[in-house]
Design a protein around this ligand. Sequence first.
Ligand code: SF4
Length: 680
Amino acid sequence: ESKSIIADEKIRTICTYCGVGCNLEVAVKDEKVRFIQAPWDSKVNSGHLCLKGRFAFSFYNHPDRIRTPFIKKNGVFVEANWDEAYDFIASELNRIIKKNDPDHIAGISSARCPNEENYLMQKFMRAVIGTNNIDNCARVCHSPTALGMQRTFGTGAATNSIDDIKHTDCILVFGANPTDAHPVTGAKIKQAAMKDTTLIVIDPRKTELARYAHYHLQLKPGTNVALMNLFFYYIIKEDLIDTSFIEQRTEGFEEFKQHILSQNIDELESITGVDRNLVHEAAIAYASAKNAMSFHGLGATENSQGTSTVMLIANLAMITGNIGLPGVSVNPLRGQNNVQGAADMGCQPNQGAGYLDVTNDEIHALYEDFYGAKLPKHIGYNIPQMYEAALQDKLKAMWIIGENVVQTDSNSQMVIRALSKLELLVVQELFMTETARLATVILPAASFLEKEGTFTNGERRVQRVNRVVNPLSGTRPDGQIITEIMQRMGYPQPDYSAQNVLNEIAQIVPFFKGITWQNLGKNGLQWPVADGGGDTPTLHEENFKRGKGAFYKQTYKETSELQEHSKDYPFIITTNRGLEHYNSGAMTRRTPNEQIVTEDVLLIHPDDAKEYSINNGDMVCVESPRGKTDIKARISTAVKKGILSTTFHFSEVMINNLTSDVCDSDTQCPEYKVVAARIR
Ligand code: SF4
């Protein structure tokens, strides 16, 4: 009886925030979400949620939701109906294609949207527009993971399940702050460390997890490669390598070993700023553990040597035989709920759905046959290249789904200049974000609670997203919008149904072959899923996808950001995420979480604060070679002297006005983690 007063029904779906992919049980009454609980029988979160997943849902029917399409006329947004908006977009896209070519158009898909919508977006760009200019936000976070792990293992995804924490003896957390950014996984790591699992944290900041760590290697930002080389040095010197694994399953070890042994360890110690004895002890702890897992985050990837760092993390597992078994792993902690899925579905300029190479003749023919359209064969622009092309008038139109790139991408003023040069900017959004304000056309999209599909979490688990309430009047699911534009531009695409699109994906993406809407059940399946539904909790058990695992030697190189600017900008600012808010705050700031954390603050070491006469709560002007902003100071020993740290959730601060155009040289992932700065 009490249930009927509170809720008509409880519907299971998946959290929209981080890549942990927690299951939610959403109580609904009178078409409104009343509360959210965690189902006990969920394999991912078994009765546990963080305060984002559990409480930060009221954005979905917030009065700020955009409820009608808008077209900008003479600099002012004017309400339009859907037909007018679609006709305007279709005619503008056709005009740009005719006047220039399809490569003057680009799209950014959304790692917040289900697989089916991402799949359709890349299909739209490739089969209807005729360009490979499609990317997703993994570019600016985990693209080095995808490439680094593809090079070393052949597959750019987590090797194991989060549940393997129960079976491991040692956990290495590299450049990640999971108690804030992936809280349910962070709690599991913390619990393991409080029992008998050794915890090693490599992070420039004293994170919450670092307080539970047996070894905290508090390195200078941007020196990951130097630290890893020192780590390897001691493992090899102590003869803690797994010789039989190396001989049977890997290649390139001898050259790698000689390179490591030739390193100058005095120099490595001084570059990293970490006591060599501590590195020595941590290396022994990791390499002598029976089973060891590693988790890495954006501290590993968002650096000028991001891909090199990921390859070394993969090589660390290989050199110690910590791969292909339960209780071992190289597990990237994926940021957005479906960032794994957006890449799996082909939202990247070089690989289509299923990571198949768009430049390969055979693959190209396969896609052309499947989509019934002529497709481009050359690699398209990634996100930083899109901005560069727009600035050079080589790009005339962009279509952005659910990403507030002005606030989240590096060097915000450059992003604004690039987007402002476009002839057409289509933004599909829930709210009037900083990016939406620059749009030519805004299309009001539906949130995760209002749509159906699948999300793939950071452990490759494809899970069903069920519709909890109907889309707010005036809004449409992103998949429906893309489908209707495809139809309007003459491509024969059936009316949108997430389940039908999932069936189509299973036909073209090899590792989705055995997935059906029905067999995903309550707990989903971890890809690759074979015909008949057998899934794969552990990758690389017998072989690596590329055959043998590859060792790659790496040499530390100081980022050009510090080489060029550290003289005039003596501090390093490094950006990160907080527990209460999510990315640009567009969603969480429209929930009660806004009352818990109301601003970004700048962490500054007490010695630096004293030198600059800064008290707690003082406003500080932080400046980089790109721009400046004012932010409130918080004096903290979580950072070392000379290091500043802040989140990027608040547009009032807009910390990405400071971040640079320096990127990982292999993937163009921006270097958010090392920014030269000065303070006043
Ligand atoms: Fe959502 Fe991540 Fe929190 Fe789970 S840990 S509830 S997926 S934000």
